[in-house]
Design a protein around this ligand. Structure first.
Ligand SMILES: *[C@@H]1O[C@H](CO)[C@@H](O)[C@H](O)[C@H]1NC(C)=O
Ligand SMILES: *[C@@H]1O[C@H](CO)[C@@H](O)[C@H](O)[C@H]1NC(C)=O
Ligand SMILES: *[C@@H]1O[C@H](CO)[C@@H](O)[C@H](O)[C@H]1NC(C)=O
Ligand SMILES: [Ca+2]
Ligand SMILES: [Ca+2]
Ligand SMILES: [Ca+2]
Length: 967
């Protein structure tokens, strides 16, 4: 069913007869993708520049056109280039999805003259973005940002804004308290019937002269038009309203569109409007938080994330974590390996959380130091609940360390945690103490609150399985060895480590593994877990070293504690071999420090007669051929030549055929997906020079294991915000390629919000069924809180599970739409001809009006002077601002932000008399037209009717379909 519909959707796109311009790295038009990327890169550069100047650091603009890589370097955050790339593609995906989830909702596209409804989507979404950023929920902010940018950009393509010869974007689209413009009455004619070239001028003269705003009507159903008399149509093959008089259309989606002659004007206006919205988000968040939202941060670009059992038996372990935290902070703060964000989640029984997230190492240290061990009742504890919270709160691709000495009590969350590991590609390391079989230790008299009963080996298996699936280690040590083990693993894993090879064998197996080390790799390290692994290492130059010989030529240093061993290898470029000999289970992981890494998205080939792809947001479908999109990060000169799916626990491999797509993107086609869990191995060349001879082989591997499934779970969009106290219905559907029966449904959220969900759904063999989850946030939930909902479906045999993971933002209804205002109290100067000898000073009071939420922040956007703020002694609603500067810096711009993120700007100058503005601070000029070169290009604005059921078809898939057919 699913695939048939998908194929139909794709057919409609592929024929091209519809004129949809859905292309990837070519085409002659600007897409939502391109528009968003251009604005994001440009705004980010401006923010980095401003921050550099404020810190007195020189700033060098990257060459045009900007890339994620070059911007990250210019921002001195090259270690975050991967997360920056990922942020951009996330924004692009969520932008695209508006066309999938809201095909018929005219207001999402500013069609049908739905101006105030369209603006409401933008401004409500903007409030959610600001609220999310305020609570550092950047993932939620990115998602919502992508969504609202779609609607904002569509305004310029679908309305007559550029036909009215406006030179600047409509700033009122990102505000709620102003007029959008003079909107045409429903009864007023806006277009004339037209034919051929005449259609460039089909908007009525009086509409243009009087600057009356209109937009095209759009309808897919022939002969039934909702277009009022005399109105303009969207235009194009699919739009049936454009066949009804007045015929013709006005959209500027691409160059061949009805008003395609204005395509670049509209697209560049959309870039300027996008930049303006981003500037508003920046003003509300502050520069540093804005960059964090973009995935850019100073330091390692990684989170240091601890999940800690705080029950009575954990006293020693908590002390060990305190020590290692102190030593990490002492040794790394101020270096490029400093963690970019610190996260802590305690768990106990029955309580767990809250999650603490901070960029301030002192705050983190204090939070850790305030932990104490108590409670917990019986032996098992709520470890998976704690882990779930960390997985949803940490940035993508993080590494988490979980400390416990007890089995999980909440084992029902195992599949949920696994789903979240897969979705977020997070590595989880378990530090497990007190396992039976370790050296017996006298019970500490301090642990009176909790009976200490040892974990048996099988209790730890759940942790081992999760570690293995995530590409992490399950380290089993005595409590006395924990400090050493913790410092070894955390010290060695914080910098920009990437995985070159990873494998696990259970039961153990004698096997030879090889891995290629390229010139970019530093600090080559091998992690081994397992009780009795013996190995021989062979270097590219043919030297070898046995595990029994720790003084040989290849191993620079090694450390061993419990079941865990690390070997630091003397880095040699070329092909290494490691021959493992062990009958007991082991895991092997080879990592190195290098900027070059990769991102991947699984795509699934549809079964229908026309082929095409679905992007897979969960487990890819078993038993069918498939496609992977691989994106290289950290290098603009790297080529992927091989993509291989390698079974995580065995030696089975499936090779893909690779096609370069430009811009660091590669497509790999596979005949089948392995039936066992597997990892993605990428090999290629790093072309340092231009000649082939200077290229060096490299390999990288995904730490996270992936599983295929015969079950599919899909849900509608997660665009709705969650209003505290009001249940939100989330419809979902489950499809199976396998046997029918009762499928077990489990819906959980990471906040403990109330939810209702069916516990089973009945599916016919090969059939599907629908369900609904109702989720309610408590009334006192702060705006900006995000909640992650995971809905899982397990087949009747309990052998196969799939899931969908959705993120929602909680937002109280916003009632404050107005910006704070400034009132000048005094401006004094003694400026003379020699400005270096004279000063000026300014005093301003800032208020947010009687019904405002109050002043949150006043900051300096422009001006080299000194600013101080204080609250008025008599009226705490008034913020007083004092500014003084040299007369050589005669201008100042204050950004004034209220508690819901309305941003005002006040500009004063000593050049002339003072001026006050409360306009949005941005006045972005429309940029000059740029021809698309290397970036994602051309997603036109509306998708066909058949898309609606095709919920699992998403951006990349659609782009790729066209790409394959066209090139
Ligand atoms: C633990 O670390 C200390 C200090 O770093 C070291 O002296 C000791 O030998 C280590 N113990 C083990 C078992 O590795
Ligand atoms: C591993 O390599 C060694 C030396 O090349 C060889 O003798 C041995 O048979 C290999 N073992 C396996 C399991 O392939
Ligand atoms: C980049 O942004 C700046 C200000 O934010 C603007 O002046 C400039 O025109 C923009 N350039 C492009 C290419 O969008
Ligand atoms: Ca305990
Ligand atoms: Ca307990
Ligand atoms: Ca306000």
């Amino acid at each position: 069913m699913m695939s048939g519909l998908a194929a139909l959707c794709l057919l409609l796109l592929q024929t091209g007869a519809f004129g949809f311009n859905i292309g990837l790295f070519g085409g002659d038009s600007l897409s939502h993708q391109m528009i968003s990327q251009s604005a994001v890169l440009n705004t980010t550069v401006q923010v980095c520049r401003a921050m550099a100047l404020a810190e007195g650091i020189d700033f060098t603009f990257p060459p045009q056109p900007f890339t994620a890589e070059s911007v990250a370097v210019a921002c001195q955050a090259s270690k975050s280039s991967k997360s920056f790339s990922q942020t951009i593609s996330l924004i692009q995906k969520n932008n695209w999805r508006v066309d999938i989830f809201h095909v018929f909702d005219s207001m999402y596209h500013f069609d049908d003259e739905s101006f105030s409804e369209g603006r409401k989507i933008i401004t409500e979404g903007l409030s959610a973005v600001k609220a999310s950023n305020k609570l550092q929920n950047f993932g939620a902010a990115r998602q919502k940002l992508g969504e609202i940018l779609h609607t904002l950009q569509d305004f310029y393509s679908h309305s007559n804004w550029v036909e009215m010869e406006n030179k600047l974007p409509n700033s009122n689209l990102i505000r709620s308290d102003t007029s959008i413009g003079n909107i045409a009455a429903k009864t007023r004619a806006t277009c004339r019937n037209c034919n051929g070239d005449d259609c460039k001028n089909n908007i009525l003269e009086d509409i243009l002269q009087e600057k009356i705003l209109t937009s095209g009507y759009f309808g897919l159903v022939p002969f039934i038009s909702t277009k009022p008399n005399g109105k303009c149509s969207h235009g194009g093959f699919l739009d049936q309203t454009s066949r009804i008089e007045p015929k013709g259309g006005i959209n500027k989606d691409k160059r061949s569109a009805s008003h395609g002659h204005l395509h670049f004007t509209a697209a560049n206006m959309a870039i300027a409007a996008t930049s303006e919205l981003l500037e508003d988000v920046r003003g509300a968040a502050g520069d540093r938080a804005f960059l964090q939202m973009m995935g850019l941060s100073k330091g390692s670009g990684k989170a240091l994330c601890f999940v800690i059992d705080t029950t009575g038996s954990m006293r020693d372990d908590i002390e060990a974590v305190k020590d290692v935290t102190s030593s990490i902070i002492d040794s790394k703060v101020g270096t490029e390996n400093e963690p970019s964000v610190y996260i802590l989640v305690p768990f106990n029984d029955p309580d767990f959380g809250p999650l603490t997230k901070t960029t301030d190492p002192k705050v983190f240290r204090n939070t850790i130091n305030s932990l104490s061990a108590s409670g917990g009742g019986d032996t098992p504890e709520m470890s998976l609940s704690g882990l779930q919270l960390a997985l949803t709160g940490a940035p993508l691709n993080s590494e988490i360390f979980l400390f416990t000495d007890a089995p999980a009590k909440d084992t029902y969350l195992q599949s949920t945690v696994l789903a979240l590991i897969e979705r977020t590609k997070t590595v989880v390391n378990f530090m497990i103490t007190n396992i039976l079989g370790s050296r017996r230790r006298r019970q500490s008299g301090n642990d009176q609150q909790q009976q200490q009963s040892r974990m048996v080996k099988s209790d730890a298996q759940l942790y081992r399985d999760l570690a293995q699936a995530s590409g992490g280690q399950a380290i089993e040590v005595t409590k006395s060895d924990l400090p050493n083990a913790t410092s070894i693993i955390t010290e060695s894993s914080s910098p920009s480590l990437v995985t070159l090879l990873q494998a696990a064998r259970s039961p153990g197996k004698t096997e030879n593994f090889t891995f290629t080390v390229d010139e970019s790799v530093r600090n080559l390290t091998v992690y081994l877990t397992g009780s009795s692994a013996i190995f021989t290492l062979i270097s590219p130059s043919g030297e070898s070293q046995q595990s029994t010989d720790m003084t040989g030529a290849l191993i620079a240093a090694s450390q061993s504690v419990g079941n865990f061993k690390t070997l630091q290898l003397k880095t040699q470029v070329g092909l290494w071999e490691i021959e493992m000999v062990s009958t007991s289970p082991y895991s092997l992981k080879v990592v190195g420090e290098t900027p070059i890494d990769f991102l991947f998205d699984f795509l699934e080939v549809s079964q229908g007669p026309f082929g095409g792809f679905d992007v897979v947001d969960n487990r890819p479908r078993a038993g069918v051929n498939s496609t992977l999109m691989v994106t290289v990060t950290g290098s603009d000169t790297t080529t992927v030549t091989e993509v291989i799916l390698v079974e995580s626990l065995g030696s089975g491999e499936v090779n893909g055929s690779v096609e370069a797509q430009g811009g660091g993107h590669f497509l790999a086609q596979f005949d089948r997906i392995p039936s066992q869990e597997f990892v993605v191995l990428v090999k290629g060349q790093n072309n340092i020079g231009s000649s082939k001879e200077s290229s060096v082989m490299f390999q990288r591997q995904s730490p996270t294991s992936i599983r295929a499934s015969t079950v599919t779970v899909t849900a509608g969009d997660s665009q709705s915000v969650l209003v505290p106290g009001t249940p939100l219905s989330v419809p979902f559907s489950v499809t199976t390629d396998g046997v029918g029966g009762n499928f077990r449904i489990q819906a959980t959220n990471d906040r403990g919000f109330t939810l209702t969900s069916p516990s089973t759904l009945f599916l016919e063999t090969g059939g599907s069924a629908d369900g609904t989850v109702n989720l309610t946030a408590p009334l006192d939930t702060p705006s900006g809180t995000d909640v992650t909902l995971t809905v899982e479906a397990e087949d009747p045999r309990g052998a196969d599970t799939n899931y969908v993971v959705l993120r929602f933002t909680v937002l109280k209804t916003v009632t404050d739409f107005t910006q704070p205002v400034c009132q000048q109290l005094s401006l004094q100067s003694n400026c003379s001809d020699d400005c270096t000898l004279s000063m000026w000073e300014l005093s301003v009071q800032v208020t947010d009006g009687a019904n405002g939420t109050g002043i949150d922040r006043v900051s300096l956007r422009q001006g080299n002077g000194t600013m101080n703020t204080s609250l008025d002694a008599d009226n705490k609603n008034i913020t007083l601002v004092f500014y003084n500067a040299s007369c050589c810096s005669p201008d100042v711009e204050l950004l004034v932000v209220d508690r819901v993120g309305n941003v005002g700007s006040c500009v004063y100058s000593v050049r002339t008399t003072a001026t006050v503005t409360t306009q949005p601070s941005t006045s972005t000029q429309p940029s000059t037209s740029t021809q698309p070169s290397t970036s994602l290009v051309s997603v036109s604005t509306r998708v066909v009717q058949s898309f609606l059921p095709c919920l699992s078809i998403t951006i990349l898939g659609l782009i790729l379909v066209w790409q394959r057919v066209t090139f």
